[in-house]
Design a protein around this ligand. Structure first.
Ligand code: ADP
Ligand code: MG
Length: 537
């Protein structure tokens, strides 16, 4: 026997047969891809769920981030392997579409990849696997839809429960009593409940200021404007404010091209300075004439948005100046303040101004301040949130967590259905897919079974992270679902398997169904790669 098998092995590696057709290569590329992608998934696995761990990330310049958010962890991780990068992209896609479930999607993808690896080892062709997985994922979406229940967006309590589930797993979870209702209120302020089927989160502006605790954060009934640099000597409090928002500069004009003005004597210099003063004074007077007493100026990269002389004039005219408004924020401010952005002084008319009872500067800490606008006459569909935190790390994580909660509500606006959490949807899909697998033939049956097993990693990990015995929990949960108890999930608080709806652990349908769909899609594209080629540049 040995005599026979030796030459065969030699032939396949030998120069004659193996000249151009290296049959082993696609398989080895595939398996190394799977290993790389799986290691990324394993890195975030311990962060899943309410008892998941947080990660401390140190960037090259020494900055530290503490987070539990899958998308944030992966975004900051330095990933070199091209396939591992696909998983980073995967969580990014989930973040954009759903905003939550960014850890779940990566864990699922890792688990599906492992399943695929085992199937490949059985000799099933990668295309067969990826197509079967695709069909299984499609079926999974249908199952999820069937087990979901509709939600009435008018029911605030229900929405708060959903936002709380998302906040549960965050570093700032002890403040979910404050942040969850805040997220619900904020989204409700910027949408038209009857007609809208999406939420423009840009219309919810979160201003972060270090100081106090997260508990002091508030949803402002009015607007908050960040004041990065101050106007000199102007008023810090304006009652009955008429607010103008300008996109032009109040500084001496410049020519398009580089040019030089040669000044040879004092008389000429006087004239030049005078001209400049008259020009600026003229602009300021026109603004005053329109009745404006609070002026917001867009940041300019070409020249100073406003210069010292003009600031001095405005201070004398008792006009409050807020400069350096970012270009991206113009739409937000124009909506919330009810004013029209003005592109040229000729259009500076009273009708373009917004009206508020009070505009005042408030100190958030010894050297930082924000402008608070209250009593807006016609506030548009926009809202500001002032977020506080004792230090930058907490504050930034609070912002990310609040963003997740806002996204959860947005998911519900997009698709008005919810699911129980705690691994219940994943287990239900697994049990039902496994039953369906019985009706399939050949490799398809194998693939569907492997797909169902892979989904169980979510409840498994939730239990593991909560310090429960994963095997006992998962089998118990599987039995419950097999007996038709489709709302049963891992109850991490009590440490057992119970009806998770009663615990008020709820999540949007969109988050889970998008995660399963995307994970399957990602596995499909990884399986289809049979070589990695380096480009010249
Ligand atoms: P992701 O980034 O994927 O949203 P999370 O760390 O937020 O990851 O964990 C989400 C998972 O935790 C979901 O499967 C959700 O059902 C589950 N979960 C959240 N809160 C609870 C809870 N109180 N009990 C059990 N499971 C929970
Ligand atoms: Mg979450």
């Amino acid at each position: 026997m040995t005599m026979q098998s030796a030459p065969v092995a030699k032939a396949s590696n030998g120069p004659k047969m193996g000249a151009f057709k290296d049959k082993d290569k696609p398989a080895s590329v595939r398996s190394s891809n799977i290993v790389a992608a799986k290691s990324v998934a394993d890195a975030v696995r311990t962060s899943l769920g309410p008892r998941g761990m947080d990660k401390m990330i140190q960037s090259a310049n020494g900055e530290v981030t503490i987070t539990n958010d899958g998308a944030t962890i992966l975004k900051q991780m330095s990933v070199i392997h091209p396939t591992a990068k696909m998983l980073v992209e995967l969580s990014k896609a989930q973040d954009i579409e759903a905003g939550d479930g960014t850890t779940t999607v990566v864990v699922l993808a890792g688990s599906l990849l492992e399943a695929a690896d085992n199937l490949l080892a059985k000799g099933i062709h990668p295309t067969t696997i990826s197509e079967s997985f695709q069909r299984a994922a499609h079926q999974a979406e249908e199952i999820l839809e069937q087990m979901s229940s509709p939600i009435d967006l008018k029911d605030d309590n229900e929405l708060i429960k959903l936002a709380t589930t998302s906040l549960n797993s965050k570093v700032v979870s002890q403040y979910s009593w404050l942040l969850a209702p805040m997220a619900v209120k904020a989204v409700k302020k910027v949408i038209d409940l009857e007609h809208d089927d999406n939420v423009n989160l840009k219309m919810i502006k979160i201003v972060q200021k270090v100081g106090e605790t997260v508990e002091e954060s508030e949803l402002i009934d009015g607007a908050i404007i960040e004041q990065k640099s101050m106007g000199r000597g102007g008023p810090t409090k304006v009652e009955k404010a008429k607010i103008g928002l300008i996109q032009f500069q109040i500084s001496p004009p410049k020519t398009d091209m580089e040019n030089q003005v040669v000044i040879s004597d004092y008389a000429q210099m006087d004239r030049a300075l005078k001209e400049e003063r008259t020009y600026l004074l003229d602009l300021c007077k026109q603004i005053k004439k329109a009745g404006c007493n609070v002026l917001l100026i867009q940041k300019s990269i070409l020249r100073d948005a406003i210069n010292e002389t003009a600031l001095h004039f405005f201070a004398k005219m008792k006009i409050m100046v807020i400069k350096d408004i970012e270009r991206d924020d113009i739409e937000f401010y124009s909506k919330i303040l009810g004013c029209r952005p003005i592109a040229s002084i000729d259009h500076f008319v009273p009708e373009s101004l917004g009206y508020a009872e009070l505009v005042e500067e408030i100190h958030t800490s010894s050297d930082e301040r924000v402008i608070k606008v209250t009593g807006l006459q016609n506030p548009g569909l926009a809202v500001s949130i002032l977020l506080r935190g004792t230090n930058k790390l907490v504050l930034e994580e609070a912002e990310r967590s609040l963003h997740d909660a806002l996204c959860v509500i947005r998911c519900l606006v997009k698709k008005r259905a919810l699911l129980p959490g705690g691994g219940a949807p994943e287990m239900e899909v697994a049990v039902r897919l496994r039953n369906l697998a019985q009706t399939k033939q050949g490799a398809e049956q194998y693939c569907w079974k492997a797909f169902s097993d892979a989904l169980e990693l979510i409840p498994y990990t939730l239990a593991e992270n909560a310090g429960l015995s994963p095997i006992t929990t998962v089998t118990e949960l599987r039995n419950a679902h097999a007996n038709g108890k489709k709302d049963f999930g891992v109850n991490v608080r009590k440490g057992c398997v119970t009806d998770i709806r009663e615990e008020n652990v709820l999540q949007p349908l969109l988050v889970t169904s998008f995660a399963i769909k995307q994970a399957a899609e990602c596995v499909r594209s990884i399986l289809k790669i049979d070589d990695i080629v380096m480009a010249i540049r």
